[in-house]
Design a protein around this ligand. Structure first.
Ligand SMILES: Cc1cc2nc3c(=O)[nH]c(=O)nc-3n(C[C@H](O)[C@H](O)[C@H](O)COP(=O)(O)OP(=O)(O)OC[C@H]3O[C@@H](n4cnc5c(N)ncnc54)[C@H](O)[C@@H]3O)c2cc1C
Length: 477
């Protein structure tokens, strides 16, 4: 492809950068326009509290970053990306001062899962053994013919079930709680169909590739993507918010790492009214309420096993987590919210001054909620780590509106680029998925398949579609 074909990407989140890299690999001249002063969108690491403390603004733990078929095809280690695995991917404490951990190796998981070990392994093993095939399908284009139909039929069967149904297989309340926490990443109520698939997929990923953190934070992944893009001739222009597509008339292809609401606002004059009205029907999901902490010492967990995991899920039993997620789905703020907690500095000393620590916590809230969830989040942390508040040197609180102010894609605090119900899994954001009504404009954000998470596959598929549609594949300058 001759360098005279110019493409641009609006937004430098993981999907925008993935799209830019695919286009640059095909030989196009690529510019990325990023509104904020630091690239990365939901994958940025920022000094949010005290000097010397570095916090992941968005993503902290990256099972689909390490497991991404596209990211793992790139030489990102040569550009500074190093994955760190905590000894256990996940810990889940209970009120009696104990915790269950999810261990990466099945041999180790047997001991922690006890009476449910065989049931757990029977459920996960067939997919762990075929992780590479599974992830290609699950993070692939939704309507592609499965290359491994039996594997996908089996996964699809579990995927359609709710977390509640899958959890009935387990005998112990502890295993049911563990599964509930993983399924709750779906932002769905745990009796909704599809919620089980999130629990399954995160469990399978924990055994297959782990739940690693990048040394230096999510920004290291973003920086590696930017550096690799630059080695291909692409450029990222920060502090360059695109307000209207009139400014992009020089570009033959425009890929948008934007959600439908911004598409209408920014690209509106280039899109047909029929297509815009479809975008307006897109549904956003619940929001997040997040807190970043600078800590004087490690979190004083009652259960010491919690210090072995970068991720800790705080919510206790299945029923309690289900109640929290169900209130959020009915538009209410849970009194005892399920809290997702990350403690990266225990495993990565670059995040905080010696002896000090960082932590990140969030809970799910109705989209755009204005309720201050800080006291409820901290009560949940104190419940499993009495004395936690005494360790806090500084905190930075993000309401849903604050999250959106930091990254315009986080509409109402929705961190997944839109609700993940059955309809929006298939037709995301519309039936035409990555394509729009304008033949040179594509959407490549997590509002397209396969949806939220740091994996870059939305950007990859959108860029491949654009290259195919314009017969630009396989031609190099
Ligand atoms: C609090 C939080 C915790 C999370 N935790 C995890 C996690 O642990 N693991 C995980 O895998 N995922 C996690 N995620 C989700 C993950 O960050 C997102 O799914 C992912 O970043 C989506 O990538 P994207 O490229 O589609 O969009 P984004 O990362 O949101 O990037 C969009 C970019 O577009 C830019 N932009 C928007 N409008 C314009 C404009 N008009 N002009 C120019 N630029 C514009 C934005 O500034 C932003 O940089 C988390 C997200 C948040 C917020």
């Amino acid at each position: 492809m001759a360098k005279d074909c110019k493409a641009c990407v609006v937004g430098s989140g993981p999907n925008g950068l993935a799209a830019a890299i695919v286009l640059a690999q095909a030989g196009l001249a690529v510019d990325v326009f990023e509104a904020e002063s630091t690239p990365g969108g939901g994958a940025r690491t920022l000094p949010l509290t005290l000097p010397g403390f570095l916090h992941d603004f968005g993503s902290a733990v990256h099972p689909f970053g390490i497991g991404s078929p596209f990211f793992s095809s790139l030489p990102l280690d040569k550009y500074g990306l190093e994955w760190i695995h905590s000894p256990a991917p996940l810990a889940h404490p209970f009120d009696n001062g104990t915790a269950i951990t999810l261990e990466r190796r099945f041999e180790d998981a047997r001991a922690t899962l006890g009476e449910d070990a065989n049931i757990w392994i029977d459920l996960m093993l067939p997919f762990v053994e075929h992780w590479k095939q599974l992830v290609l399908q699950v993070l692939g284009p939704v309507f592609a013919i499965p290359t491994h139909p039996l594997l996908m039929a089996r996964f699809g069967m579990y995927g359609l079930l709710s977390a509640k149904v899958i959890a009935t297989r387990f005998r112990s309340e502890r295993t049911r709680g563990l599964f509930a926490g993983m399924a709750a990443h779906s932002f769905l109520a745990l009796d909704e169909c599809l919620s089980g698939s999130f629990g399954m997929l995160l469990g399978i990923a924990a055994h297959a590739v782990g739940w690693p953190i990048p040394r230096g934070g999510a920004q290291s992944l973003t920086n590696a993507l930017c550096s690799y893009l630059s080695s291909l001739g692409g450029r990222v222009r920060v502090s360059s918010r695109v307000e209207s597509f009139a400014a992009l008339s020089d570009y033959q292809l425009i890929l948008c790492d934007l959600t439908p609401r911004q598409m209408v606002r920014v690209a509106g004059s280039s899109l047909s009214s029929g297509y815009k009205s479809k975008l307006e029907q897109f549904r956003y999901g619940p929001g997040a309420f997040k807190v970043d902490y600078a800590l004087a010492r490690p979190v004083p967990w009652k259960a010491p096993e919690c210090l072995r995991a970068a991720t800790v899920h705080l919510g206790g039993t299945f029923d309690e987590i289900a109640a929290s997620e169900s209130s959020m789905r009915s538009g209410e703020n849970a009194e005892r919210p399920f809290v997702l907690f990350a403690q990266p500095s225990l495993f990565d000393s670059t995040r905080a001054p010696a002896g000090k620590h960082t932590a990140w916590a969030y809970c799910h809230v109705p989209n755009g909620s204005r309720v201050d969830m800080l006291p409820r989040i901290e009560s949940q942390i104190e419940r499993f780590a009495p004395g936690f508040r005494d360790c806090v040197l500084s905190r930075h609180v993000f309401s849903p509106a604050d999250l959106e102010a930091m990254d315009a894609n986080l509409v109402g605090g929705d961190i997944s680029g839109g609700q993940m119900n059955f309809r929006q899994l298939l037709f995301r954001p519309t039936r035409s998925q990555y394509s729009t009504s304008a033949k040179q404009i594509y959407i490549c954000s997590s509002s397209t398949p396969p949806g939220g998470g740091v994996h870059g596959m939305c950007g990859y598929h959108a860029a491949m579609k654009a290259l195919k549609d314009h017969s630009l594949i396989g031609r190099k300058s």
